[in-house]
Design a protein around this ligand. Sequence first.
Ligand code: SF4
Length: 697
Amino acid sequence: VGDDRAFDAETRSICPFCGVGCQVSIKTRGDRVVKVDGVNGPANEGRLCVKGRFGFDYIHHPHRLTKPLIRREGAPAKGLNVDPGDWSSVFREASWEEALDAAAGGLKGRGREVAGFGSAKCSNEEAYLFQKFIRQGFGHNNVDHCTRLCHASSVAALLENVGSGAVTATFNEIENADCAIVIGANPVENHPVAATYFKQFAKRGGKLIVMDPRGQALKRHATHMLQFRPGADVALLNAIMHVIAEEGLVDRQYVEAMTENWDAQRDHLKGFAPETVEGLTGIDAATIRAVARDFARAKAGMIFWGMGISQHVHGTDNSRCLISLALMCGQVGRPGTGLHPLRGQNNVQGASDAGLIPMFLPDYASVTSDEVRARYAELWGAEPLAEKGLTVTEIMDAVHAGDIRAMYILGENPAMSDPDVDHARAALAALDHLVVQDIFLTETANYADVILPASAFYEKAGTVTNTNRQVQMGRPALPPPGEARADWWITAELAKRCGLDWRYTHPREVFAEMKQVMPSLDNITWERLEAEDAVTYPSLSETDPGQAIVFGDAFPRENGRARFTPAAVIPPDETPDAEYPMILTTGRQLEHWHTGSMTRRASVLDAVEPEANCSLHPATLRRLGVPAGGHVRLTTRRGTVTLMARADRAVAPDMVFLPFAFVEAAANLLTNPALDPYGKIPEFKFSAVRVEAAEAV
Ligand code: SF4
């Protein structure tokens, strides 16, 4: 794939995969990318993982959409029946004029019947335009994106208790910590470059506490590895906090000066003596006490978490516990301290900041605030509706209810990514108008009436914001292939055809408009980003590279104090029983990204991990009579998949781990759509499942 001996152009941009936001140098020869190297960005200092270094050639895959497509009259009924390499019996090519007219024609004037899913893989400017199109064009807030499926509960807890949905410190701050907790995250596979900083931290003597129901690669570097029972997070974290309170290790000065509601939290913790939760958590009291002492006594401690925390019906409660743990130990706002939910997609932080969520306008300004809406009325000439919109899974329910009849989906793949995905697929099939804008004919595009060919990230000019709050400049190394176009241009053309007076000619104009309503972008300009590549927000002056650590003096809440919100133990929505006796948990693998539309078309990554697989403990495979590499059938109350099984001692004997990138054994056919009541995030991490030996399919 790579040939660094001959390239004729080099472009600095950002890796399009995870939220670490590694800066890259894209080497091109003619109209092809031939190599990608890491460069010295603030989050990666030249490092790249296998996806960033070798996962780029999907952009040249023959499946790339290069012309607008319209569903043929008399095409087969909508369903997963389209070959992404040979779609001609279902779709026909169309000119941009015809396709845009058809796309807009099915949306225009339909108000609340229309909903939109934008994308965390697009730029900040594209996310801003998408939410503006839905709000200004259709007069409501039914717009969302995949943050609803990854960290919505973390953001809900952070906004509630800290006053800001972003991290309080960059992950690189671990260099200044002497203790760090990594919980419900597998950074070695999911945030690999961040994981290199975690490993270095452990190697220089930092105390690394890893907590996860799956043993994992970071375990080798951990001072403590707590492989707790799935779903027992709140009990475990409350027990750790109980010890800190009981043993007088609370930072009383910090709690008194910087927080509120401590008395309620302290009283709540009394019921969580470690000895009382050993059975529930699977962790002995002595270990819980040792971990509590290490974190509370640290001069500087950080907490990192991932979707193992957020994707539960108690995901917001999990995050509330982590926030309380940091606050009671005074571990926020100083070098080497902080709260850091490791964000998933390359621009999920930026897309959320830009307002691609149904309850907030840009910079988390509430749609229910009169003052906020008055500001938008002035800027947009249309006042946003005061009613919060529907979230990703609620929109699918509204389609089934007949309330939403048309959708515009940009770069998301709900036909793979939604929980209980048959429910989402049936909703997509029931729509009477679906516009899909993407780079490939995804499973979701199978259901489209109009498909608009879009640009991959290495073909885009635009900014993205990584997990560290670093706003970074993405630059195009190549033009989009064929007649594919930039996403911002496509959205703007649709908006014009829906009657909006949009006159953008370049993403820099959109960025300038965003700055009018996003104080987080103060002192950050397009020109500055072009010159400096990255600026962390908040930036206090035009020469300040940005604040790696925030909230040292006060929290952005009305009284300047962070809040303790006690969390009770809420069990998983579905518990194992005689019919479904094991626990299914889902996630990503190192080589594959989300629904696989990109990485399964990247030749190196697909060669390394070509087949749908799940992981089971060797003892479980023995019990089932299945050899490693043999096949198993997984069945939940929603569906069944059959796939290859790997032996993996990291998976507990009563669990199965299932990656969600493989359409041929789609994990979300099985997952439980039960939602966390605050973040509205589904419980992807816990379903009751039956596992049986099977023949290969
Ligand atoms: Fe890309 Fe993330 Fe890997 Fe960095 S760590 S190269 S951003 S996938």
